[in-house]
Design a protein around this ligand. Structure first.
Ligand SMILES: [Fe+2]
Length: 367
């Protein structure tokens, strides 16, 4: 279908001196002619201001570690190096209305508790001592583990390791919450939560895959399972790879799901782990929604809107809404895994979600 802004049905007024004078009179009344902006504010298809960006862990890691000596965690609120999309710095977005950053915590460090309207997720990149307390429940997380801090849940973090710092990736929907003028924030009245029950209790209760606690009365709109360890995640991908070819666009891909509903872990963000088998190269596709990827294992190449990103473990890159993307494992012998999170639950619940396969070059972008 041609996208012609001179076609009947699009705004195609030719301005005249008379119209210019009319526009000025409207402007003085805080009004304006819609036809002047109609084609811009109702484009034929998504026109994100965000662009594809590749953040190399090897380049960022020294700067992230440097922050340990520059600011205390509590003075910074959170000691985080934020990842900004060039044209979206004004709203602190990494891509679309999603935010991400690299948080670092030194050995023995612990932060105060707070809560906010934005939902958060964590993906651990480095260090073995990380913990977080979410609404009283202590979670211990290690490299490759995924954890959630659903909106308005109390949370505080720390590193009980003695051997080195923890670096984990934060993912939040802060720009979305702010775009909707819905943010709230509270510091915990006692500064720290009291831990309730045993550590990782949600994993003990809800972590057994298809076995659901019978008669469960959980009614919150987020997953009761708060942490998803790397080991069982990778095992599940490997097991599926023995039985299925998976997706031509994503290889073997699994969604971290709410075990009670099968739906996304939180109402605004979903997360996936995917396995690209040795030598595997996927076809290109695109979706309405923004995505942030983190290389979790191995190495590979992703083509995002025609740009090539060669990634290794810890690297992060983003895919703006409606951007073509395809992935390939660089190795002929080792698995490669990509963690990703997205705002697809928002798109789906509002009826905005669309997906399309790349139509040319046998399904691959030109490169
Ligand atoms: Fe927070």
């Amino acid at each position: 279908m041609a996208h012609d802004d001179t076609a009947l049905g699009r705004a195609r007024v030719t301005d005249t001196p008379e119209l210019e004078a009319y526009y000025q009179r409207l402007e003085s009344l805080e009004a304006g002619a819609l036809w002047k902006v109609a084609n811009k504010i109702e484009p034929w298809y998504p026109q994100p201001q965000s662009v594809p960006v590749h953040w190399r862990f090897a380049e960022l890691r020294p700067l992230v570690l440097e922050a340990l000596n520059l600011v205390t965690g509590d003075d910074a609120g959170r000691r985080v190096v934020a990842l900004y999309n060039p044209a979206r710095r004004d709203i602190a977005a990494t891509v679309g209305l999603l935010y991400s950053g690299l948080q670092v915590m030194g050995p023995g460090e612990a932060m105060t508790a707070h809560r906010h309207q934005a939902a958060a997720l964590r993906f651990v990149i480095e260090g073995t001592g990380a913990w977080t307390i979410v609404d009283g429940q202590k979670l211990t997380v290690r490299p490759g583990d995924f954890a959630i801090t659903p909106n308005w849940t109390w949370h505080e973090h720390g590193n009980e390791g003695v051997d080195g710092p923890v670096i984990w990736q934060d993912g939040l929907d802060i720009p979305l919450v702010n775009a909707l003028d819905a943010p709230f924030y509270e510091v915990h009245p006692e500064l720290y939560q009291k831990q309730m029950g045993v550590a990782n209790s949600s994993l003990q209760i809800y972590g057994a895959g298809a076995l659901r606690p019978f008669g469960d009365t959980w009614s919150k709109n987020h997953s009761p399972l708060l942490a998803y360890p790397w080991g069982p995640t990778y095992d599940a991908l490997r097991a599926a790879a023995r039985a299925t070819d998976g997706s031509p666009y994503d290889g073997i891909i699994m969604e971290y799901s709410n075990p009670l509903t099968g739906g996304s872990v939180m109402p605004t963000m979903s997360a996936h782990m995917q396995l690209l088998r040795p030598g595997e190269a996927t076809l290109a596709h695109r979706q309405v929604g923004s995505k942030i990827y983190t290389a979790a294992k191995g190495s590979g190449t992703s083509i995002v809107a025609g740009q090539r990103f060669d990634w290794v473990v810890g690297d992060i890159f983003c895919v703006p809404s409606w951007a073509w993307h395809e992935h390939a494992n660089a190795s002929q012998s080792e698995d490669a895994c990509l963690f990703s999170f997205n705002d697809f639950p928002v798109m789906r619940s509002l009826g905005f979600f669309r997906e399309e396969a790349y139509p040319d070059n046998d399904g691959h972008q030109p490169r």
